[in-house]
Ligand binder design. Structure first.
Ligand code: F6R
Length: 641
C-alpha cells in the first residue's frame, strides 16, 4: 500500500525515482508524484535550491509523461505511488505534499492518526490546506518548525532539516514511513520510519531509500533496513542514522541475495500468470528444504514453538486467512491440536478469553498487513501482562518477507520463500503458506505421537509417510496441472462474458479453497462471487441459482466426495451451469464442464484444487480486458487498519 522512493547522489534523480516507482507500482497505483531539489549557483553564500514537484492521477505512465514534458532537475528527490486512504485518488491528494511556500516536500506511507486535530491547530494559525490527506499536516508542521529555528538564528543547512524532522515526529501519532526534501538544503534528504518499512540502499556516491526491496534491487545489493523510530539524514557524503531518542546509531549494512527481489514478468502477459506458473518451483524449493530423505519433515523452528502447546490460534486476512483455514484443518485432523482461525481485523476488538499453552500464528505474505500486526501486538501485550508463564506469548509468523515488520514483531518465523510476488492477487504465496501448514501439521503430529498423545482416528505413521511421499511428487503434479488448466481455463473464459454472479462450493478441507476461488474472482474480474460450504447451499443461497449463475464445485475423493456430488446435483436441478474441479470418473459426469484433477490423498487436495481457481479467475479477468495485476481499489500490502 503506497510506495516511497527517495534518492540523493550525483546523478539526475528523476529518472531513477521513476524507475524505483515503477518497481513499486504494484503497491499502489491510483496516483503518483515526485519532487526534486535543484541546487542553484549561490555565489559563495549558503547553498540554495529550487524545488520541482510533479504529480499525476492514475498510473505511473501519466507521471512519466508529465516528467517528459516538464522535467524535474536535481540530484536529490522523493517519489511516491499512492493507494488512497485519506482523500480521493485525485492529483491534489497525490504525494509529495508541500508546505505553503512550496519549498519543502514530503512523501508518506501509513496513517497519521491525529491528523484532524493537527490540521485544526494549523488552520487556526492561518495555514491553508490544498489536499484532503493526513500527510499534508507534516510539511506544514515542518515549515513552522524550520521558520522558528531560523528565527532563533540557526544556520540553514542539512542538520537543521534533520533537527526539524526530529522535533516534529513526536507530534505525529500512527504508523508511517516518510521522506523529506527542502529547497534550502539541496544536499539533504531526511527519512524516518515508525512501524512502516523503509530501507536505505547504499550505491556508489549515492543513496536510495525505498519502502520495499524491488525498488532497491536494480540499484544496489547493499542495504540498511531502518528500524522502528529511526531517522536518517542522507547526503551525497554519507548516512547519519539516529534512534527515536536522537542518539546516533551505527549499524552494518546487509546484502540482498538471490533474484527474488527483482520484479520481472519474463514472457508472461501478466505477473499473476507468471506467478501461477511459478508454483511448481515454489513447491520444489519447499520439498527440497523441508522434506529431507529419511525424515518426516524438517522445519527451521526452535523446539520452543512446539513444546507443550495445547491450542493454536491463527490470525490472518484475506487469502492468508484461507491458507490458515486449510492449516487449521490439518493441525486438527492430522496433528490433533485444537486450532481456531480469526480474522485479524476482528480479533483485536473481540479477543477470546486467554487460554494457557497457546501458540499464536500470524500469517501474512507481506509481513506488513496492519490488521494482522495490530492483532498480534495486542495478543502479545495482553499475554505479557498476565504474568503466569502458562499464558506467556508464544508467537510464530508465517511470511514471504522475513525481513518485514512481522519478522521484528514475533520471535519465530517460518519463511515460505516464494520469491517476490508482484500480482496483487496472491497466488504463489498462498501455495507457500499452504505448504508451511503441511510442514507444521506434520511436525506437530510427529511430536505428539512421540509424546504418546496421538488420538484415535488421526492418520498413523504409515499414512503420514505416504503423505510425505506424495508431497515429494507435488512439483511434478503441479507442473502438469498448471499447463493443462491454463489451456482449459483460457477456453472456458469466454463463457463468463456476461456472468454477474458465480458460486464456489467445497466441503471439508476444500471449503477454504472454494472461498479462495471466490475471492480471486471478485478481486480481479469484479464479478460477484461467493464461496460456500456445499452443504449450506440448501439453507439459503440455493435461492440465488438459475441458468445465469455458474457453480464451481470442488469434489475430490475422500470423506465428503458423495456429499459434494449430491450438493452439485441440487444446483444442477436449478439449471445452474456446473463446473467440476474433480477427477475424471463416472461419478463426475454430471458436470457440464470438468477441470480434471489427478487423485491424491484428500488431505493434500487443496494444493491441487487451488490451481483451477486461480487460472479460471485469471483468464476470466484477462478475457474481459481487465488490469489483472493492478485491480481497482486494491493494494499488494495493506498497511492501514
Ligand atoms: C488476495 C489478497 C489479499 C491478501 C490480504 C492479506 O489475493 O492478496 O486478500 O491476502 O490483504 O495480505 P497479507 O498476506 O500480506 O497479510
Amino acid at each position: 500500500m503506497c510506495g516511497i522512493v527517495a534518492l540523493i547522489g550525483s546523478r539526475e534523480a528523476a529518472p531513477q525515482l521513476l524507475e524505483g516507482l515503477r518497481q513499486l507500482e504494484y503497491r499502489g497505483y491510483d496516483s503518483a508524484g515526485i519532487a526534486t531539489v535543484e541546487a542553484l549557483p549561490n555565489g559563495g553564500g549558503a547553498p540554495e535550491g529550487r524545488l520541482h514537484c510533479l504529480k499525476a492521477e492514475g498510473k505511473l505512465l501519466n507521471l512519466t509523461a508529465r516528467w517528459e514534458e516538464q522535467g524535474a532537475a536535481g540530484h536529490c528527490g522523493i517519489g511516491h505511488t499512492r493507494w488512497a486512504t485519506h482523500g480521493k485518488p485525485e492529483e491534489r491528494n497525490a504525494h509529495p505534499h508541500l508546505d505553503g511556500s512550496g519549498q519543502l516536500a514530503v512523501v508518506q506511507n501509513g496513517i497519521i492518526e491525529n491528523h484532524r486535530s493537527l490540521r485544526e491547530l494549523l488552520q487556526a494559525e492561518g495555514v491553508m490546506f490544498r489536499s484532503d490527506t493526513d500527510t499534508e499536516v507534516i510539511p506544514h508542521l515542518l515549515a513552522r518548525r524550520l521558520d522558528a529555528l531560523e528565527k532563533e538564528g540557526h544556520l540553514i543547512d542539512a542538520a537543521l532539516l534533520l533537527r526539524a524532522v526530529q522535533e516534529v515526529l513526536p507530534l505525529l501519532h500512527g504508523a508511517y514511513a516518510l521522506a523529506v526534501v527542502w529547497a534550502k538544503a539541496p544536499g539533504a534528504l531526511v527519512v524516518a520510519r515508525r512501524q512502516a518499512p523503509l530501507l536505505i540502499g547504499l550505491g556508489e556516491g549515492e543513496f536510495l531509500c525505498a519502502s520495499d526491496t524491488p525498488a532497491l534491487a536494480g540499484f544496489t545489493r547493499t542495504i540498511l533496513p531502518m528500524e522502528d523510530g529511526e531517522v536518517a539524514l542522507l547526503t551525497p557524503l554519507g548516512i547519519e542514522l539516529y534512534n527515536a531518542t536522537g542518539e546516533r546509531v551505527q549499524r552494518n549494512p546487509s546484502l540482498l541475495t538471490g533474484t527474488e527481489h527483482v520484479a520481472d514478468k519474463r514472457s508472461f502477459r501478466h505477473f499473476m500468470l507468471k506467478e501461477i506458473h511459478e508454483q511448481p518451483e515454489t513447491a520444489a524449493l519447499w520439498v527440497a528444504r523441508h522434506l529431507p530423505e529419511g525424515a518426516l519433515v524438517a522445519l527451521p523452528l526452535d523446539e520452543a514453538v512446539y513444546c507443550g502447546v495445547e491450542r493454536i490460534q491463527i490470525l490472518a486476512c484475506g487469502t492468508s486467512r484461507h491458507a490458515a483455514q486449510v492449516g487449521a484443518y490439518l493441525l486438527e485432523q492430522v496433528a490433533g491440536v485444537p486450532t481456531t482461525v480469526f480474522y485479524a481485523s476482528e480479533f483485536r476488538y473481540a479477543p477470546p478469553p486467554l487460554s494457557p499453552h497457546m501458540l499464536t500464528i500470524g500469517v501474512t505474505q507481506s509481513g506488513e498487513t496492519a490488521d494482522t500486526l495490530a492483532a498480534l501486538t495486542m495478543e502479545q501485550q495482553r499475554r505479557q501482562r498476565h504474568g503466569d508463564p502458562a499464558y506467556a506469548p508464544r508467537m510464530l509468523g508465517i511470511t514471504n518477507r522475513p525481513e518485514s515488520s512481522l519478522g521484528r514483531l514475533v520471535s519465530h518465523i517460518l519463511d515460505i520463500g516464494a520469491g517476490i510476488e508482484v500480482g496483487v492477487a496472491a497466488t504463489k504465496t498462498f501455495m507457500g503458506q499452504l505448504l508451511a501448514f503441511y510442514g507444521l501439521a506434520l511436525a506437530f503430529a510427529e511430536r505428539r505421537a512421540a509424546a504418546g498423545l496421538r488420538q484415535p482416528g488421526l492418520p498413523d505413521h504409515g499414512r503420514l509417510m505416504a503423505l510425505v511421499a506424495q508431497l515429494r511428487e507435488l512439483p511434478a503434479l503441479l507442473q502438469a496441472l498448471v499447463e493443462d488448466h491454463d489451456r482449459r481455463c483460457a477456453e472456458l473464459a469466454h463463457l463468463f462474458t456476461d456472468t454477474q454472479d458465480v458460486i464456489f462450493l467445497g466441503r471439508g478441507i476444500n471449503y477454504p479453497i472454494a472461498m479462495e476461488g471466490a475471492l480471486k474472482l471478485k478481486e480481479i474480474s469484479y464479478i460477484h462471487a461467493e464461496g460456500y460450504p456445499a452443504g449450506e447451499m440448501k439453507h439459503g443461497p440455493i435461492a440465488l441459482l438459475d441458468a445465469r449463475v455458474p457453480v464451481v464445485s470442488i469434489a475430490v475423493p475422500g470423506t465428503v466426495f458423495d456429499k459434494v456430488l449430491s450438493n452439485a446435483q441440487e444446483a444442477k436441478a436449478r439449471d445452474a451451469r456446473l463446473i467440476g474441479v474433480a477427477p475424471a470418473c463416472p461419478d463426475t459426469e454430471l458436470f457440464d464442464t470438468l477441470l480434471p484433477l489427478p487423485i491424491v490423498d484428500e488431505l493434500l487436495s487443496p494444493l491441487l484444487t487451488v490451481i483451477p481457481m486461480q487460472l479460471l479467475s485469471y483468464h476470466i479477468a484477462a478475457h474481459r480486458g481487465l488490469d489483472v495485476d493492478q485491480p481497482r481499489n486494491l493494494a499488494k500490502s495493506v498497511t492501514v487498519e
